[in-house]
Design a protein. Structure first.
Length: 354
């Protein structure tokens, strides 16, 4: 297969297929033959909304990538022929921030599809640091292909880190707002940590599906809003003998309305995790954080050291991915982007070179 990639030349202009020669890897780099690359809400933001990338256009998007290492630099030979997941955020691993465990804010970090050409391609050259090896035999036992594991790189690991940061534990009430993609996995992950989970969305079909994947209560935000939403959750907590304090709230919708709802659910000792992204602005009273002695946390990507633990939840069947993903040929990328932008995808699309 000759190497090619689909590049964005300008926002909202059809992506173009371009042949290229993969870069020779530097000593600490590898070339990965792409098995699959997931289509993320962030990709749509770059393409349709003009969110700026750090690499100038033309640029290949795509940061949820799995594949097999086919070429290695002289210091990365141990990765040759291994099946891997490429982290969506790759810290340098050598700076003071990385040394102190703050790799997600490493100032030398690289993200495929943002800082360099991404995964909507046949091949990608990336740093070897942080690669997550995939046991394809175990993956096969849960009936998944290597391409399916691409979604681990963001849609699973991003909420995994959010759940870890929020210190979710048995007895907690976790509230997830926006349960498509990242939020759907947040529901499963919070449940895996022992929490009772309330799922909130405007799409009833997505909510109903999550009843079988960790959601003990589902609420349609088109029907229940504001104080009624808060009171509904309070009553649910009372009925389940759960605490009315220290709720773990995960805003995954990436909308101003979702963020407003999330902030409105703050209670004593609550932890509000902002996982979704939007360019929209929101007016809130920050003093609520003070009055409730609550916390608000950002969540950029996921530390690479968390990847093996997150993947293990998939390999053991604790977290289900297959019901929430679907594979498509990479050649259909323009149509898939349009369908995703229109909100007509019911599962996360994984694009596979064809």
């Amino acid at each position: 297969m000759s190497a090619y990639r689909w590049v964005m030349e300008a926002p909202d202009k059809p992506l173009a297929k371009v042949d290229f020669e993969p870069d020779e890897p530097a000593p600490n780099e590898v070339v990965v033959e792409v098995a699959g690359c997931g289509v993320c809400h962030t990709d749509l933001g770059f393409y349709y909304d003009g969110v700026r990338t750090r690499h100038p256009l033309p640029l290949t998007l795509g940061h949820e990538i799995s594949g097999r290492v086919v070429t290695t630099g002289i210091d990365s030979g141990q990765w040759r022929d291994k099946a891997v997941i490429i982290p969506a955020v790759i810290p340098c691993g050598a700076c003071d921030l990385c040394d102190r465990g703050h790799g997600t804010i490493c100032r030398n970090q690289k993200s495929p599809g943002i800082d360099m050409h991404g995964g909507f391609a046949t091949h990608i050259t990336v740093p070897a640091a942080g690669l997550c090896e995939v046991d394809t035999a175990r993956l096969g036992r849960v009936k998944m292909e290597l391409a399916d594991a691409s979604v681990v790189a963001d849609a699973l690991t991003t909420p995994y880190q959010a759940v870890v940061q929020a210190e979710v534990e048995p007895g907690d009430l976790a509230i997830v707002i926006g349960v498509g993609g990242v939020g759907g996995y947040a529901v499963q992950l919070a449940r895996a940590k022992g929490a009772t989970v309330v799922a909130i969305d405007v799409d009833q079909a997505k909510l109903d599906r999550l009843r079988d994947f960790g959601a003990s209560q589902v609420i349609n935000a088109r029907e229940v809003q504001g104080k009624d939403l808060r009171n509904t959750i309070r009553q649910f907590a009372k009925d389940r003998n759960l605490r009315q304090t220290e709720w773990k709230i995960f805003e995954c919708s990436g909308t101003a309305a979702g963020q407003a709802s999330a902030f409105g659910l703050l209670t004593y000792g609550a932890c509000l995790s902002i996982v979704g992204f939007t360019m929209d602005k929101l007016e809130v009273r920050l003093s609520n954080l003070m009055a409730f002695h609550a916390r608000a946390l950002g969540n950029w990507g996921c530390l690479t050291e968390h990847y093996p633990d997150a993947l293990e939840l998939v390999l053991t069947g604790t977290v289900s991915m297959l019901p929430f993903i679907e594979r498509h040929p990479l050649s259909e990328i323009n149509g898939i982007f349009a369908t995703a932008h229109a909100g007509k995808l019911t599962r996360r699309a994984i694009l596979m070179p064809d």
